[in-house]
Design a protein around this ligand. Structure first.
Ligand code: URA
Length: 221
């Protein structure tokens, strides 16, 4: 992955005004988090309030749960690549439409995949999975299964926000399902790139790690 190409993409991302989403009262497009040389990519839906503040995906409550789930299978956030289908926060946290997702991802996510060349992609939730597999793609029926997208193995699993809404027995069951899905994804990525380091000795605190990105963003906004 060329650093210059990544920097050029980040520049074009931050200047993007391709659709109306950038006018929905947010601070502009949110970038990626983690390591752009990682073989393992996680694709979420779109930024919420904390992500819009920081300019980094999945650093709010869903992100904290994602970090815990990654740690449980021997991964840390700084050694995986995390991004979203939609780069700008939709107003009032509404769920982006499939069309909005397609339009944004066809410009930016496709470019990220070309630059990062992940060996494994995990879709977090329906919006991400439907970008790859269309309107009828169901997470409930397909979670934990492997699909191919342009020769890249892709697996859908539950979005952490889904787990945050669950309680009792359902919560326990869904957590185990996500654990086994992440474990399978980590194993596949390790097989593809055995020498890559997937874990730091401690879990990084993303809000500290990205404090400077937040500061730059607030100055710009
Ligand atoms: N949910 C997502 O899918 N992505 C984020 O960045 C935040 C919440």
């Amino acid at each position: 992955m060329s650093e210059e190409k990544m920097a050029a993409w980040l520049k074009s991302l931050s200047a993007c005004t391709d659709c109306e989403l950038h006018q929905e009262g947010n601070l502009g497009p949110v970038q990626f988090s983690g390591d752009s040389s990682s073989p393992l990519m996680f694709v979420g839906e779109g930024p919420g309030g904390v992500e819009d503040e920081y300019g980094v995906p999945l650093v709010g409550p869903s992100g904290k749960l994602l970090d815990k789930a990654l740690w449980s299978v021997g991964l840390t956030r700084d050694h995986v690549y995390v991004t979203n289908i939609i780069k700008c926060r939709p107003k009032n946290n509404r769920t982006p439409t499939l069309e909005e997702g397609k339009r944004c991802a066809n410009i930016h996510l496709v470019k990220e995949i070309e630059l990062v060349q992940p060996k494994v992609i995990v879709c977090l939730g329906k919006v991400a999975f439907q970008y790859f597999y269309g309107r009828t793609a169901s997470i409930m029926r397909n979670r934990g299964k492997w699909f191919q997208w342009h020769d890249i193995p892709v697996m859908p699993t539950y979005h952490p926000a889904f787990l945050l809404r669950q309680t009792g027995h359902e919560l326990v069951e869904s957590k185990w399902q996500v654990y086994y899905d992440f474990k399978a994804a980590a194993e596949k990525a390790k097989e593809a790139m055995p020498d890559f380091i997937f874990k730091s000795p401690e879990q990084p605190d993303l809000l500290t790690l990205y404090a400077d990105v937040k500061e730059q963003r607030q100055k710009k906004g």
